[in-house]
Design a protein around this ligand. Structure first.
Ligand code: KG4
Ligand code: ZN
Length: 358
């Protein structure tokens, strides 16, 4: 076994400032020496969504102290590190710049190697922080900005199976929450409200579900929720209406995700006949328990095991960035101080898909 690597990871691509320190090798679960996430939820809540300028400023204000705190918790100094990994995109570019420039400053001052990490690759590999997931596996990546199915052959090696042709599923959760006057962030609010709701009260569409293929569409579903709410003809929705609409939306979105994942499992078996059948769900929406239980059933029906990272590694965090950095570093990947932040950065660079142009 090779010598353990100690990696500091930085994540600033959206509304969480996060820093983590890991120690390990790619072939085993790492020690997570520290894992700090500072959420900006309170700063964005009055606007009902993430305001890029506020996010970038908040990252600047928080990041230096958070790095110091993460090293302190890990009982390490910069000189103990093997490398620095930072999200280099895709995301809100103001935030990405803050994290990447800070990482470059540290790399230069401390003479440490730099690894720029694709945020989506952080999500894609996050399962390997805590679980035994061997390559290749099938990945359902569901977050605020992305909704994709990919075969993961290894770091830097992804094959796009399908993607959304309009909204990401997390975005649909967030917009539904806004329509229902549920608090920001929307996904967890919709899930909470749905617990008291009847998923059968509103007959919402399941876009694309009767079509072959592995693409997603959520914008029609979002519109259908609005029409259903308006159709009640009330000035103000009753709490039960909100709960029933949230439950009906969540059920429809889940059906779409499970159906598309089923089609992707069939394709994965064709492409990798001898492989272990593993479906990984990652990204913020993977925190949704209703979705997890339905995916589990869809996976079991095709002899796949569903693996989902623990909740704290599903939503944005820096442990996943440090881990992707560790896997890439071990493969010899290094970036120079000339590395530029990228607002768009598809995981499968060969894919010619409108949903993959992220
Ligand atoms: O991965 P993530 O933290 O950030 C992005 O990279 O986008 O994902 C955030 C998204 C948001 O749209 C949020 O509403 C959604 O994940 N989300 C959820 C839940 N928790 C977070 N959606 C549904 N149910 C949840 N429990
Ligand atoms: Zn994310």
């Amino acid at each position: 076994m090779s010598a353990p690597l100690t990696i500091l990871g930085i994540e600033t691509s959206c509304d969480e400032t996060a820093v983590a320190v890991l120690r390990g090798t790619p072939d085993a679960r790492p020690q997570i020496l520290s894992h700090l996430v500072l959420s900006q939820i309170a700063a964005h809540a009055p606007y009902g969504g993430v305001v890029p300028e506020i996010a970038a400023r908040a990252h600047i204000e928080a990041l230096d102290d958070l790095i110091a705190a993460a090293l302190k918790e890990a009982e390490l100094t910069f000189s103990d590190l093997t490398a620095i990994a930072a999200t280099a995109g895709p995301g809100l570019v103001g935030g990405v710049i803050v994290g990447l420039m800070t990482a470059k400053g540290i790399a230069h001052a401390q003479n440490l190697p730099l690894v720029g990490v694709n945020h989506l690759e952080g999500h894609a590999l996050s399962v390997r922080l805590t679980e035994e997931a061997t390559f290749p596996y099938l990945l359902l990546l569901v977050s605020g900005g992305h909704c994709q199915l990919l075969a993961v052959e290894g770091p830097g090696n992804y094959h796009l199976y399908g993607a959304t042709i309009d909204d990401a599923v997390g975005e649909a959760f967030d917009k539904t929450a806004k329509m229902l006057n549920l608090p920001y962030p929307g996904g967890p609010s919709v899930e909470r409200a749905a617990l008291a709701g009847d998923p059968a009260r509103f007959d919402l569409p399941r876009p694309l579900i009767h079509r072959p293929g592995r693409d997603f569409s959520f914008s029609g579903l979002k519109t259908a929720v609005r029409h259903a709410a308006e159709g009640l003809g009330k000035e103000r929705l009753e709490p039960q209406d909100v709960a029933d609409l949230a439950a009906s939306f969540q059920a429809a979105a889940t059906d779409v995700l499970a159906n598309r994942a089923a089609h992707a499992m069939a394709r994965f078996i064709e492409d990798y006949p001898g492989a272990t059948r593993t479906l990984v769900v990652a990204g913020g929406v993977a925190a949704n328990q209703h979705l997890r239980s339905h995916l589990e059933a869809a996976a079991a029906a095709r002899d796949f095991a569903l693996i989902a990272p623990p909740l704290q590694y599903c939503t944005d965090n820096a442990a996943m960035i440090a881990w992707a950095g560790l896997e890439l570093f071990a493969l010899g990947h290094r970036d120079t101080l000339a590395l530029s932040p990228r607002a768009r950065w598809p995981l499968d660079q060969k894919a010619n898909h409108p949903g993959a142009k992220v």
